[in-house]
Design a protein around this ligand. Structure first.
Ligand code: SIN
Length: 286
């Protein structure tokens, strides 16, 4: 076995080649992949051909799996595997079409957010469909000492429903989206520290996002909203970004504790994109 880990940008990300996770994912291969994940934050294992069962087996090596919040679009018999797609069968969507359409980190509105997300590219469109990533260690590190002091100990208020967040819109491409987000309006908001210490690397990362964070718990809105705007701008600076261009068979895994991501869109049916997603349960942010 000759597994190679090749960085793909100066900012973050690596591809892993020479590994068939269905046949060769022994302890040695696992250790290489886990190290690459912590070193590079987002990794793309190239050329994988996996059933839903295979993807679950790979994912479970890293921890228990979340059951997908939107069960309408899970693969039948696999509630842990979500289809993200714009494909239609008999005019009906087979997958979640608007997944990740605003900058976010996964499940930030839950008390226990996701550790890692794993996406397997089944089919890529002829154009568009990239996933953008932003490095939240770098975004934190390059803040001034003044701002670091100001945000130390503050908590973001994170909302599940997009209808509570004036910074985002509900996609009208998904027929049930308005009802879905209306049904979540009653869910309590969840507080998380704005500066999060990664449990493995011990590095500090900015932990808030335009999709989920609607206020700062300790500040009135006159102060909190401009501070959020400034921090969101910092998070999305181009120098902290890596844009992943998908190849068929890519198995991409990212660390929700130290990066944000966003689906770029830019393709239209019948140009089909189809991804299968599994998510590893995380830990309470410290
Ligand atoms: C996601 O945010 O989980 C989906 C990202 C993508 O489809 O590119």
């Amino acid at each position: 076995m000759s597994i190679r880990v090749n960085p793909v940008s100066a900012c973050m990300g690596a591809e892993i080649v020479g590994l068939d996770v269905r046949r060769q994912f022994n302890d040695e291969a696992f250790a290489i992949v886990e190290k690459a994940f912590h070193d590079h934050m987002v990794i793309a294992i190239r050329d994988q051909s996996l059933s839903a069962e295979d993807q679950k087996a790979f994912s479970r090596r890293f921890g228990p799996l979340e059951v997908q919040a939107n069960s309408t679009y899970a693969i039948p018999g696999h509630p842990e595997v979500l289809i993200i797609s714009n494909d239609l069968v008999d005019g009906k969507p087979v997958g979640l079409i608007d997944a990740g359409d605003h900058w976010h980190t996964d499940s930030q509105s839950r008390a226990i957010p996701s550790r890692a997300t794993i996406l397997h590219a089944i089919r890529n469109p002829s154009q568009g469909g990239d996933t953008f990533f932003a490095n939240m260690y770098a975004a934190y590190d390059s803040l001034s000492d003044d701002v670091k002091r100001r945000i130390s100990g503050l908590h973001g208020v994170n909302a599940s429903s997009k209808l509570k967040n004036p910074r985002v819109v509900v996609s009208q491409r998904r027929p049930d989206a308005d009802d879905f987000y209306a049904s979540r309006l009653g869910k309590p908001d969840v507080l998380h520290p704005i500066v999060r210490v990664h449990p493995v690397t011990k590095r500090k990362a900015l932990y808030l996002s335009p999709r989920f964070t609607i206020a700062i718990a300790e500040l009135p809105d006159e102060e909190g909203q401009p501070l959020l705007d400034m921090l969101f701008e910092q998070q999305m600076r181009p120098k902290f970004r890596y844009d992943h261009k998908w190849r068929d068979g890519d198995l991409v895994m990212w660390d929700n504790r130290c990066l944000m991501h966003c689906a770029s869109g830019g393709y239209t049916y019948p140009d089909v994109r189809r991804m299968h997603r599994t998510v590893i349960v995380g830990e309470k942010p410290e």
